[in-house]
Ligand binder design. Structure first.
Ligand code: PGA
Length: 256
C-alpha cells in the first residue's frame, strides 16, 4: 500500500511489449525494485492482457497493478471494452483515466468524469491525466487546464478525493526528448492544487498527490521531483526499458 512518505512512480507501458515473456521480465524487474526500495511505491500499468500474469507474480502490497483505461459502463454490449469489475477482480488497484492518447481518440472530459465515477465508486484509485496541448503567450493553457480538471472531476464526490492522483502531463512533452522544466512543473503543480482547492476546499485538495509525466528519464527524474516538487512520476516509454526504469526508481528512492 502506498505510504504517505513514499513517492509514487506509475509505469504506463502503453501498448508494449509484444510478448508475454517480455512482459514477465519487465514486471519482475520492477517488482525487484519495489521490494528493495522503501521510499517509493511502484504502480505498474501493463496492457490488460498481461495483468493476470503480473498478478500471479506477486503476493503482498509493496507494488500495485493498474489498468490503462476502463469502460464507463459496468457491463453489457460494449465490444472490446474492459469493465471496472474485471479490473478489480483480476487484482488491479489503480486505473489511469483520461490519458491524452485516449483523449486523442475522442475521450471527452464528460466521458473521463463518468469513468472516474465508475472507478472510484468501485474502490479503484484513479490516476487522472490532465495537460495542455501547447503553451500560448496569452496563457490560455491555464484556463484550459482548470476547465479540464473541473470537468473531468464533475460530480466526483469529496469522499473520493483521497483516491485520486493527478498526473500532469503537458501533451507536447509526452514521448518527446525533453521534459518540461522543473520550475514550470512547480508552477503547474501549485496551479493544479489551487484549482482542486477551489473545487473541494484546501484540506481535501492537500490530500491529492500531483505527479508529473512526459519524457521522464533517469537523467531528469531527480530535478523534476526536487525542484518540481511533485509527489511522483508517470513514466511512459522508459517504464518498459528495464535499465532505464531501474535507474529512475533508484534515483528517486535516494532523494528522501
Ligand atoms: P513518456 O510518456 O514518458 O513516454 O513521455 C508519458 C505518458 O504518456 O504518460
Amino acid at each position: 500500500m502506498l505510504k504517505k512518505s513514499q513517492k509514487i512512480i506509475v509505469g504506463n507501458w502503453k501498448m508494449n511489449p509484444s510478448s508475454a515473456e517480455e512482459a514477465r521480465r519487465i514486471f519482475l524487474s520492477a517488482k525487484k525494485q519495489a521490494l528493495k526500495l522503501k521510499n517509493i511505491f511502484i504502480v505498474v500499468c501493463p496492457p490488460f492482457i498481461y495483468l493476470q500474469q503480473c498478478k500471479k507474480l506477486f503476493i503482498g502490497d509493496y507494488i500495485a497493478l493498474g489498468g490503462q483505461n476502463i469502460c464507463k459502463e459496468h457491463s453489457g454490449s460494449f465490444t472490446g471494452e474492459i469493465s471496472v469489475n474485471m479490473l478489480k477482480n483480476i487484482g488491479a488497484e489503480y486505473c489511469i483515466i483520461g490519458h491524452s492518447e485516449r483523449r486523442a481518440m475522442g475521450e471527452t472530459n464528460e466521458i473521463v468524469a463518468l469513468k472516474n465515477r465508475v472507478a472510484l465508486s468501485a474502490g479503484l484509485k484513479v490516476v487522472l491525466c490532465v495537460g495542455e496541448k501547447e503553451r500560448d503567450i496569452n496563457v490560455a493553457y491555464l484556463d484550459f487546464l482548470k476547465n479540464q480538471i473541473k470537468e473531468s472531476l464533475y460530480k466526483v464526490e469529496r469522499k473520493y478525493i483521497k483516491d485520486i492522483i493527478i498526473a500532469y502531463e503537458p501533451i507536447w512533452a509526452i514521448g518527446s526528448k525533453e521534459a518540461m522544466t522543473p520550475s514550470d512543473i512547480y508552477e503547474m503543480t501549485i496551479f493544479i492544487k489551487k484549482t482542486l482547492s477551489d473545487i473541494y476546499g484546501q484540506e481535501e485538495a492537500l490530500k491529492v498527490r500531483v505527479i508529473y509525466g512526459g519524457a521522464v528519464t533517469f537523467r531528469n527524474a531527480e530535478d523534476i521531483i526536487v525542484e518540481g516538487k511533485v509527489d511522483g512520476l508517470l513514466v511512459g516509454h522508459e517504464s518498459v526499458n528495464q535499465d532505464g526504469f531501474r535507474r529512475i526508481v533508484k534515483t528517486i528512492n535516494e532523494i528522501n
